[in-house]
Ligand binder design. Structure first.
Ligand code: MSP
Length: 512
């Protein structure tokens, strides 16, 4: 089966933070799981490099926008490499292939009558270079000092006939939900989106006059304008998947990678991904079956409030990975938040979860299993029946159901139930006693085989979560068979299998 997924592309107007890292790691875990299932995965992520904010940040630093975005893009790329993000393609919106696609989409929509030119009048903040709406008014009804001088201006722009597709989108949302393949996951977001679509009345301004924004993609039919950054950014999902809107173009590669699952944060569901994007695709001629699915995740907050530059509470994931390691960082970001919900970031929690789940539970299990096997049997296993086999199979099934539903945190819980069960099994069966009694030799073989086999299965299950540690465990088990979910099947360690020596994979984090 094909399985395509994308993440939001990150703005290059500031450095990456843990919110960005969470989304990439979440998508990466899902992508890796689908590779384990044998799916043909296409995983796209990237950076959103155009727009007003970037132009302003570049100006402040006195560098060209292209130079500015190149610097920040390099930081994102380095971070994704550090965090083992296994993307198959990289979307950087300054790329010519993207510009070509966006311009062809704009031209197609212009030629087919989806755009019109019109005068827009409204309050405009000169300092922030943007139109203001009533949302920006303070409690006293005035625009606050942060907006600087506010003037009433009139400007010509191009508009996309968005509202014309309101009913189509409502129907799509309902049909998809009824069919059990909702447009938005988790379920509770569907109502939120539906309400927003119900209220949709206006059209979307898709242009910006170059007189106020130059750092963007030029409208192919009017060189005095660039396109609105969201039109540009959303299109990355198709432009970097090989879509060519030119009439008659060969789109077979694109169709092999489409439709995709879009992994995005809750702040960008309404309106861009939930309203603009499906309508843009529909207007470009996409069939309903080719409208993607949105996986909407929640936010990492700091002590209950939003992370922001002005609060000075931004957590840098590169520093986390450097200080605590990649496994600790990935494991924490994936296990301590329920997909769709918010969570509070805390370094103490990260350390606690690492020490408890990785160093103590899993690390100890691996260490004691390999040590005992070495001490009592020179590391050689005797294939036996196991009292753990059924339990492990049941947890593997739960893991798959949960991963299929993108509930990565819950799939991790299923995995740790195996680990916890194994540790209890060690205590119950007390191999150190069995080893003293020749009559218990068979029982000892059964315990050692069961533990090694469970660890082998666990090493597959944690591959999407902490791939490097999973590989390290397999290497100590000396099991290098092909990796797949199907190979979680019990009993694949052969009779006479030789285990390796124990080497700590998860050294405890000690904090003074
Ligand atoms: N550039 C747009 C997306 C364009 S997609 C065609 C954008 N960029 S962003 O850098 O602001 O955010 C990128 C992603 O990170 C978004 O999905 C956003 O929801 C997510 N997060 C930003 N802050 C976050 C947290 N504090 N926690 C979790 N995710 C958060 O929006």
């Amino acid at each position: 089966m094909k399985f395509s997924l994308t993440t939001a592309i990150d703005y290059t107007n500031g450095a990456p933070h843990i919110g960005h890292a969470y989304e990439k790691v979440l998508a990466d875990a899902i992508a890796r799981y689908h590779r384990l299932k044998g799916d043909d995965v296409f995983f796209l992520t990237g950076v959103d490099q155009h727009g007003q904010k970037v132009q302003q940040s570049a100006q402040k630093q006195g560098v060209a926008p292209s130079e500015f975005v190149a610097g920040i893009t390099a930081k994102f790329l380095a971070l994704w490499k550090t965090l083992d993000i296994s993307c198959d393609a990289w979307a950087a919106t300054v790329e010519p292939v993207h510009k070509h696609c966006v311009q062809a989409m704009l031209q197609l929509l212009w030629d087919t009558g989806h755009f019109y030119k019109s005068k827009q009048a409204g309050y405009y903040s000169v300092r922030q270079e943007q139109f203001l709406t009533d949302k920006e008014r303070g409690p006293d009804g005035e625009f606050g000092p942060e907006w600087g001088e506010v003037v009433l201006i009139e400007e010509e722009n191009y508009f996309f006939k968005l509202a014309a597709h309101r009913q189509w989108l409502l129907d799509l949302i309902d049909v998809r939900s009824a069919a059990g393949t909702p447009f938005v996951v988790p379920d509770f977001r569907v109502a939120e989106l539906r309400n927003a679509v119900e209220k949709l009345s206006g059209d979307l301004c898709i242009s910006r006059p170059k007189s106020r924004l130059e750092w963007g993609i030029e409208l192919p039919f009017d060189k005095d304008f660039v396109t609105y950054v969201w039109f540009d950014a959303l299109s990355n999902y198709v432009s970097f998947a090989g879509y060519d809107p030119t009439p008659g173009a060969d789109n077979s590669l694109f169709h092999s990678r489409w439709p995709a699952l879009h992994v995005i944060g809750k702040d960008i569901m309404v309106p861009p991904h939930g309203i603009y994007w499906p309508i843009m695709l529909k207007a470009c001629g996409f069939a309903d079956a080719d409208i993607p699915t949105l996986l909407v995740h929640g936010w990492w907050n700091i002590a209950g409030s939003k992370m922001s530059k002005s609060e000075g509470n931004i957590v840098d994931p590169a520093v986390l990975a450097e200080t605590f390691g990649v496994a600790a960082t990935r494991y924490y970001l994936l296990s301590d938040i329920a997909t769709g919900r918010d969570s509070d970031f805390s370094e103490e929690r990260l350390i606690l979860r690492y020490n408890t789940d990785l160093a103590n539970s899993l690390g100890n299990l691996l260490n004691r299993t390999l040590s005992m096997a070495k001490r009592y049997r020179s590391g050689i296993l005797k294939k036996s029946d196991s009292p753990l086999a059924a339990f492990v199979a049941e947890k593997c099934a739960a893991y798959s159901r949960r991963m299929d539903a993108f509930e990565v945190h819950a799939a991790i819980e299923s995995t740790w139930e195996i680990i916890v069960r194994c540790n209890a099994y060690v205590e119950e069966s007390a191999p150190w006693k069995l080893a003293k009694d020749p009559a218990s030799a068979e029982k000892l073989d059964e315990v050692l085989y069961s533990l090694a086999e469970a660890l082998r299965v666990v090493s597959i299950l944690i591959t999407p979560i902490i791939p490097e540690s999973a590989a390290a465990i397999r290497s100590q088990l000396q099991w290098d068979g092909p990796l797949s979910i199907a190979r979680c099947e019990w009993g694949l360690l052969a009779d006479g299998h030789q285990l390796g020596d124990p080497v700590p994979v998860f050294p405890r984090i000690e904090r003074e």
